[in-house]
Write a protein that binds this ligand. Structure first.
Ligand SMILES: *[C@@H]1O[C@H](CO)[C@@H](O)[C@H](O)[C@H]1NC(C)=O
Ligand SMILES: *[C@@H]1O[C@H](CO)[C@@H](O)[C@H](O)[C@H]1NC(C)=O
Ligand SMILES: *[C@@H]1O[C@H](CO)[C@@H](O)[C@H](O)[C@H]1NC(C)=O
Ligand SMILES: *[C@@H]1O[C@H](CO)[C@@H](O)[C@H](O)[C@H]1NC(C)=O
Ligand SMILES: *[C@@H]1O[C@H](CO)[C@@H](O)[C@H](O)[C@H]1NC(C)=O
Ligand SMILES: *[C@@H]1O[C@H](CO)[C@@H](O)[C@H](O)[C@H]1NC(C)=O
Length: 472
């Protein structure tokens, strides 16, 4: 799982900066010190850092006056020490600062909820210094933050109704549940909670679940009386935040794929549910993006820990896509074509596999494209990149799937070999005895032919599978 650690917070913050970038203004200056490693942040952006053996005061590089959260990481590898920050807007280190010994995702950003963090303790007889630790002998870093304009924000948000997907596993970023008999309270709670972007309200048990990212709600059991709402825009005094993937005044623009994310300032260390709208697609849709390493769009996700999803489906289902975006999802041949429909670009395919021992391997192909319906979604794949890839080549190796149509049980192009019938899943099978040396649409729970990737991994079923595309 660790490969897919999330940092939604940072992304949402950056989107907000995009929208707010038109707001010019004054700046805050100040000074900070700590012995002997310090990083200073304003709204998640690092402004200063040093590592030396002196108590050094630096002048905080002018930070925007619209700054909402200042944060510092201070480390004394030898034990306890003090941290002092003095800002021109009157903010000093005092007991109203919140501190933690742990670096949590997005800890230095606006959207982080620090209500579980401890209040800082003052160093006796050293004005404005706060301890970096309760323990004289503790080593390691402390993370401290302070909301600069706490309480002054008026928030509002608008929502639109979204879909409920039935699945027993929801790996999307769940925040918390509150209970209320008024749906309006649920919407208000989401608006008040700075990192909430979606909610699921069920009148039956009066539950209101808040989520950080995503657009559709995932639940199991009886959906009667339940409704899912997703934020269209979220505003505060200082500006508005768009749903992930959308940008512009009023959030009217959407990135065309995850590769465009980093160009629009989006960052993440793992995967996040994001809206995209490829050039020729009439509507936007939700995909799993990773914005690291140039940005990659998820087209297939499998997760053994989540509910079994039937992959023995008809061609029409493979065209439209099925499953739960965050865990067991086939994006759909139709959507795949929208993503690939750009005459000026070529696409790379990345295969990320998490093996039964939880280790991750990656294989990459420089050229990936599929034909349209009239060529039975034929696969054109080449350029296996042996450099640094660790899963080996099970797509164009011994059995080369290049130039093969996509087969399903109701449209099988493998003739007498009957590959779909034998493997029970849609795939680009080769018309030969063994059909394929990889099957990433196989079952995950041994109820049929399990997924496999033969080269370098033998036949052991995988814990997670991700197929990702990058535009070049
Ligand atoms: C929401 O807040 C923004 C920024 O404070 C403001 O411009 C907008 O008018 C508000 N909208 C509503 C419906 O209150
Ligand atoms: C492809 O490139 C040409 C020439 O630069 C440009 O006119 C056209 O708009 C581009 N098409 C797309 C879909 O980006
Ligand atoms: C399908 O692809 C072929 C060859 O690339 C092209 O000639 C044809 O117009 C396409 N059909 C559709 C419906 O897009
Ligand atoms: C292989 O990967 C390394 C590290 O990413 C890179 O420096 C090197 O140029 C690559 N070699 C080839 C032949 O692509
Ligand atoms: C796949 O589904 C079809 C249609 O329901 C069925 O006939 C076939 O036996 C299934 N194949 C496997 C391997 O489960
Ligand atoms: C097909 O699989 C069998 C059994 O694993 C193996 O002995 C044979 O070499 C394979 N044939 C090809 C063409 O890969």
């Amino acid at each position: 799982m660790s490969y897919w650690v999330i940092n939604t917070v940072v992304i949402l913050f950056i989107l907000q900066r995009l929208v707010c970038s038109a707001i010019a203004g004054a700046y805050i200056t100040g000074k900070a010190t700590c012995f002997n490693f310090l990083e200073f942040y304003a709204d998640g952006v690092r402004y200063e850092h040093y590592n030396d053996n002196n108590w050094k005061y630096f002048t905080v590089a002018t930070i925007p006056s619209s700054t909402k959260v200042v944060a510092a990481r201070c480390e004394n590898p030898k034990g306890q020490c003090g941290l002092k920050i003095f800002l021109s807007n009157g903010v000093n280190t005092d007991t109203s600062w919140k501190c933690s010994d742990n670096e949590e995702d997005g800890w230095n950003t606006v959207r982080f909820d620090d209500s579980n963090w401890k209040n800082a303790k003052m160093v006796p007889r050293a004005p404005n210094f706060i301890w970096t630790s309760d323990d004289k002998f503790a080593r390691g870093a402390i993370y401290c933050r302070k909301s600069v304009r706490a309480g002054s924000n008026h928030r509002n948000a608008s929502y639109r109704k979204s879909n409920i997907v039935i699945n027993s596993c929801d790996p999307s970023r769940y925040l918390k549940t509150i209970y209320t008999s008024w749906e309006m309270d649920c919407s208000r709670a989401c608006t008040r909670k700075i990192d909430c972007s979606r909610y699921l309200y069920c009148s039956g048990d009066a539950s209101c679940k808040l989520y950080r990212d995503g657009r559709d709600c995932i639940m199991s059991g009886d959906t009667t009386g339940c409704s899912c709402y997703t934020q269209v825009i979220h505003c505060e005094d200082s500006g508005c935040t768009c749903p992930l993937g959308q940008y512009g005044e009023g959030c009217q623009d959407t990135i065309s794929d995850c590769t465009e994310g980093p160009q629009k300032g989006l960052r993440s260390t793992g995967d996040v549910l994001t809206n995209i709208k490829p050039l020729t697609s009439p509507d936007s849709f939700e995909v799993l993006c990773t914005f690291g390493d140039g940005g990659w769009t998820g087209i297939l996700a499998r997760n053994k820990d989540c509910l079994y999803e039937n992959f023995n489906r008809t061609l029409e289902e493979y065209e439209e896509g099925f499953g739960n975006v965050a865990s067991n999802k086939w994006l759909g041949l139709k959507y795949l074509l929208y993503l690939l429909d750009n005459p000026n670009s070529t696409y790379s395919l990345r295969v990320v596999l998490i093996k039964p021992d939880s280790s991750t391997c990656v294989s990459q192909y420089t050229n990936f494209v599929i034909g349209n319906r009239s060529t039975s979604y034929r696969l054109y794949i080449s350029g296996f990149d042996g450099n640094g890839t660790t899963c080996g080549d099970s797509l164009t190796g011994t059995i080369n799937l290049n130039n093969n149509p996509f087969s399903t049980y109701d449209a099988d192009y493998t003739g007498t070999f009957e590959c779909t019938k034998r493997f029970g899943a849609g795939w680009w099978y080769d018309s030969q005895d063994n059909c394929t040396s990889s099957l990433l649409t196989g079952t995950m729970d041994s109820s049929g032919i399990d997924n496999f990737w033969e080269t370098d991994l033998s036949n052991s079923p995988l814990n997670q599978i991700h197929l990702l595309l990058q535009k070049k």
